[in-house]
Design a protein around this ligand. Structure first.
Ligand SMILES: *[C@@H]1O[C@H](CO)[C@@H](O)[C@H](O)[C@H]1NC(C)=O
Ligand SMILES: *[C@@H]1O[C@H](CO)[C@@H](O)[C@H](O)[C@H]1NC(C)=O
Ligand SMILES: *[C@@H]1O[C@H](CO)[C@@H](O)[C@H](O)[C@H]1NC(C)=O
Ligand SMILES: *[C@@H]1O[C@H](CO)[C@@H](O)[C@H](O)[C@H]1NC(C)=O
Ligand SMILES: *[C@@H]1O[C@H](CO)[C@@H](O)[C@H](O)[C@H]1NC(C)=O
Ligand SMILES: *[C@@H]1O[C@H](CO)[C@@H](O)[C@H](O)[C@H]1NC(C)=O
Ligand SMILES: *[C@@H]1O[C@H](CO)[C@@H](O)[C@H](O)[C@H]1NC(C)=O
Ligand SMILES: CC(=O)N[C@H]1CO[C@H](CO)[C@@H](O)[C@@H]1O
Length: 411
């Protein structure tokens, strides 16, 4: 009798625990505008007017994310002065901890402190936050890390004119692109970078085009910043941007011992498509070099679908090298750019476009099951993925991978 009573009581406590543990008792907050990549919004959000109550778990488009615990740029997270966690996230063993919250503003990562919040790590590998009213407006809690490099007026970008192109930009360090050395570049509003002359083409051609032109297309389509959005650019030879670029390239291309000396950032922020004034499209093309080798990062934020033809990737003179980001020739598919990647960072693509490639001595392919290879469409896909991997390491895109069937020899 006593035994049963004890187990009922312990079950009762377990239930109370489950119902009060914030790890199982939170409100899901999925506001895409809270992303650090949502910069220079048309209107500022403010968390001061939210009736915060209890614990929250952060999501972005359904994906579980955490609050950034390193500085975020001002003019991001849907406002001018975003809030980030000034302290490391706890471990599950730490239980509930209190953390300082910083306000990033006026070129100062911690211009002021907002009210502290409680944070808890959960066994499922996520965090919950007990958000409280911040100290004023326009402050918002950020969600996720963001992949965009700093841009905009806070870092003194140069803006392109409406519906046109930049004037010729002299590069402060030459950019190598598959054997050619460029001292100048154009940022063209329709989503592409060109070297020798500007381009007003709003209907892309498909890569590989075998033309007499080197071209880098973040998202080449009919973009229209007369009605909405800003196209801007900047180049750097010192500062945090170089540190970040060095870290990123060494992560994606290990063993090169890379040290960035020059970074060029071109950004299309919240630009509309022509004749589709309600759309918003944001992406970035980042060129990185150490004089001897060079890399391209493409960062994709929210990309609206479009019926205009599109093209993303790069192409070279005579198409000796080219890349088409998968799906980028179908405007109905490009919203997926935000979560596709060749470097395991949703929204980001990285390519080496000049320099000594790391010697490729083998590739490892992991298949979810052997039967995957019985379908010829799957084989094509696996070969494509292997090719992407090889091209990332500097092999020309003209390499063709073919599967040769071999008779199994009986022992
Ligand atoms: C563009 O410039 C590069 C480098 O200066 C040069 O090699 C190439 O011939 C030029 N292409 C055209 C089409 O003018
Ligand atoms: C560099 O990266 C850190 C950490 O990801 C980020 O907080 C910072 O804003 C970045 N700085 C620049 C200039 O991109
Ligand atoms: C990269 O170069 C900078 C400036 O030349 C230097 O201060 C820094 O120590 C170098 N970093 C590495 C990892 O070599
Ligand atoms: C603009 O859109 C309208 C309707 O949405 C369409 O009738 C018109 O043909 C479009 N114009 C151009 C130049 O595409
Ligand atoms: C570039 O290559 C030259 C010649 O191989 C070498 O001497 C130099 O140190 C390299 N510079 C960088 C920044 O790697
Ligand atoms: C491109 O191809 C044309 C025609 O075959 C050739 O004359 C030209 O030299 C090639 N250009 C380069 C940069 O390879
Ligand atoms: C990728 O992004 C698209 C468009 O935003 C979204 O509908 C889709 O669910 C995402 N897919 C994944 C696997 O997250
Ligand atoms: C191809 C093209 O339209 N180029 C333009 C780039 O911008 C300059 C300055 O506005 C124009 O003169 C060019 O015609």
């Amino acid at each position: 009798m006593i035994c049963i009573e004890i187990s009922i009581i312990s079950l009762f406590y377990k239930l109370i625990y489950v119902f009060t543990d914030p790890c199982y008792n939170y409100t899901a907050l999925d506001d895409p505008w809270r992303s650090p990549d949502n910069r220079y919004p048309p209107q500022y959000m403010c968390d001061y007017y939210v009736s915060w109550n209890g614990w929250y778990r952060l999501f972005l488009h359904g994906q579980s994310v955490q609050m950034p615990d390193t500085c975020v740029d001002e003019n991001s997270c849907g406002t001018d002065a975003p809030l980030w966690l000034n302290g490391a996230h706890p471990t599950v063993e730490d239980g509930v901890v209190s953390r300082d919250v910083c306000i990033s503003w006026r070129n100062n990562c911690c211009h002021a402190h907002s009210n502290p919040i409680n944070v808890k790590a959960c066994p499922g590998g996520y965090y919950v936050y007990e958000f409280v009213m911040p100290i004023g407006c326009y402050f918002t809690y950020c969600a996720g890390r963001g992949i965009f490099y700093s841009f905009g007026w806070a870092v003194r970008d140069t803006n392109n004119p409406a519906d046109g192109n930049s004037s010729v930009i002299q590069l402060s360090s030459p950019f190598l692109f598959f054997g050619r050395t460029y001292q100048q570049i154009y940022v063209n509003n329709n989503g592409l970078l060109t070297f020798n002359q500007s381009s007003s083409a709003y209907i892309p051609y498909s890569f590989p085009a075998n033309r007499n032109q080197d071209i880098i297309a973040g998202l080449w389509t009919d973009l229209d910043n007369r009605v909405k959005g800003v196209v801007s650019y900047n180049q750097y030879t010192s500062g945090n941007v170089l540190t970040n670029a060095t870290r990123d390239i060494n992560t994606y291309f290990p063993k090169l011992n890379f040290n960035a000396s020059w970074v060029f950032v071109a950004t299309w922020n919240k630009v509309a498509y022509f004749n589709l004034t309600s759309t918003d499209t944001s992406f970035q093309v980042v060129l990185i070099s150490d004089r001897n080798s060079s890399f391209i990062l493409m960062n994709y934020g929210d990309i609206a679908v479009t019926e205009h033809p599109v093209q993303a990737g790069y192409d070279t003179i005579n198409s000796t090298h080219y890349i088409v980001i998968p799906g980028s020739n179908r405007g109905s598919f490009i919203s997926n750019f935000r979560n596709s990647s060749n470097v395991d960072v949703p929204g980001r693509w990285a390519f080496m476009v000049a320099g000594e490639p790391d010697n490729v001595i083998g590739i490892q392919v992991r298949l979810s099951s052997f039967s995957d290879l019985t379908q010829s469409s799957n084989i094509e896909m696996v070969l494509q993925q292997m090719k992407q991997e090889l091209v990332k390491y500097g092999l020309p895109n003209s390499v063709e991978l073919k599967l040769r069937k071999r008779q199994k020899i009986k022992p």
